[in-house]
Design a binder for this molecule. Structure first.
Ligand SMILES: Nc1nc2c(ncn2[C@@H]2O[C@H](COP(=O)(O)OP(=O)(O)OP(=O)(O)O)[C@@H](O)[C@H]2O)c(=O)[nH]1
Ligand SMILES: [Mg+2]
Length: 362
């Protein structure tokens, strides 16, 4: 994928488009970098990029600024962009400045991170300012979150304690060239001991790259926690087409399109005769009423022959049906077992934009 193509996709995703399902899951490590304004996060990200590029790793950066900070200043990431990496195809930088509007930020940055992993980046770095709820939401996407602090901020450590405890997997005391490093380290350790947390603390001088290789080694070597998010929809199981006569319509589907007929059967429950014509790992289902009172017969009367429904294969039908119902989408009937032992349910087309969707789980 060219950087241009990726940029276009990233813009689409920022505007709410789904991450293209053709992309693989990817196995890049998502690193969250957060901390108070001016701690040196962007400088540290720049140093991380240098180090990772020396290791021949591809790096994508998402710079998120959830606050409408009075200081304004350069948009996060612009400073990095202006530094060294703008011409390097192994580095891709995206800034998201929102000036107030939050909420969708975590969702969008998560989707962008997924896009970049799918595009094959070995590392995706999420940089965000502060340690409030927005940052906690944003860094929830990360596999590992580094909280950047600086010497001489005792009171601030206290103030942001609650947020830090939740999200820090690693601390970096940046600007370690300045006095007060020992004291800041002790304050962090004291705070951690209260919560019985074991969190490694690194010291860095981001402007010189000091301590950065050690931090990178640690991030790479950390055990990965398996991503538990299931992919809810696995694919299109079949397209169902209502026909007046299966035999007549085979003239087109079998003889002219050359599709094989795999199976013909009568589904007593739905009072319908079915012919299945496999296409790759999905199939066409021709539906013919077995009885004039069946739903397919009524469909033919009302709308004539044509596309009847689309069936999606899902991972967990019961949970998905419950979630959909809870969000106001009606089910035509509760989930039930089909002839082949599979679970299925139909969603009310009035709630789905006019399409009759079937969900199927093997
Ligand atoms: N002395 C010293 N200065 C540093 C170090 N790291 C960064 N700085 C300086 O600190 C200032 C802020 O650095 P940034 O990287 O912009 O900090 P930031 O946390 O990204 O800032 P915001 O994005 O505005 O929150 C810059 O002038 C950097 O040059 C360091 O390790 N030592
Ligand atoms: Mg910054």
């Amino acid at each position: 994928m060219s950087p241009r193509e990726l940029a276009r996709m990233a813009t689409a995703v920022e505007n709410g488009a789904p991450v293209p399902s053709s992309l693989p899951e990817g196995d890049g490590l998502i690193i969250g970098i957060t901390g108070p304004p001016g701690a040196g996060k962007s400088t540290l990200v720049g140093a991380l990029i240098d180090d990772l590029r020396n290791r021949q790793k591809r790096v994508a950066i998402i710079a998120v600024d959830p606050s409408s900070r009075a200081t304004g200043g350069a948009v996060l990431g612009d400073r990095i962009r202006m530094q060294r990496h703008h011409a390097d195809p192994g580095v891709f930088i995206r800034s998201m400045a929102t000036r107030g509007a939050t909420g969708g930020l975590a969702k969008t940055s998560a989707a962008l991170a997924r896009l970049f992993r799918g595009a094959g980046f070995d590392f995706v770095i999420l940089e965000t300012v502060g340690v409030g709820q927005d940052e906690i939401d944003v860094t929830a996407t990360a596999d590992v979150t580094v909280v950047v602090l600086v010497p001489g901020m005792g009171d601030e450590v206290q103030a942001i304690k609650a947020g830090i405890m939740e999200i820090a997997d690693v601390f970096a005391i940046n600007k370690a060239d300045r006095p007060g490093v020992e004291q800041t380290q002790r304050e962090i350790e004291n705070m951690l001991s209260l919560g019985h947390a074991v969190v490694p603390i690194f010291r860095t001088v981001a402007t010189e790259g000091t301590g950065v290789p050690e931090l990178v080694e640690h991030l790479i070597a950390r055990p990965r926690i398996a991503r538990s998010e299931p992919i809810a929809v696995r694919g299109i199981d079949h397209l169902a087409i209502a026909v007046r006569s299966i035999d007549d319509s085979l003239g087109f589907y079998r003889d002219q399109l050359g599709l094989p007929v795999d199976l013909r059967e009568t589904v007593a429950q739905e009072r319908v005769n079915v012919a299945m014509l496999p296409i790759g790992d999905t199939r066409l289902e021709l539906l013919e009423p077995a009885d004039p009172t069946s739903t397919v017969a009524r469909f033919l009367e009302k709308r004539g022959p044509g596309l009847h429904h689309v069936a999606l294969r899902v991972a967990d039908l019961t949970t998905m049906a419950q979630t959909l119902e809870a969000s106001g989408i009606r089910l035509l009937a509760p989930p039930q077992k089909g002839a082949g032992g599979h679970l299925y349910v139909f969603l009310h087309p009035g709630d789905t934009g006019g399409v009759l969707w079937e969900l199927i789980q093997d």
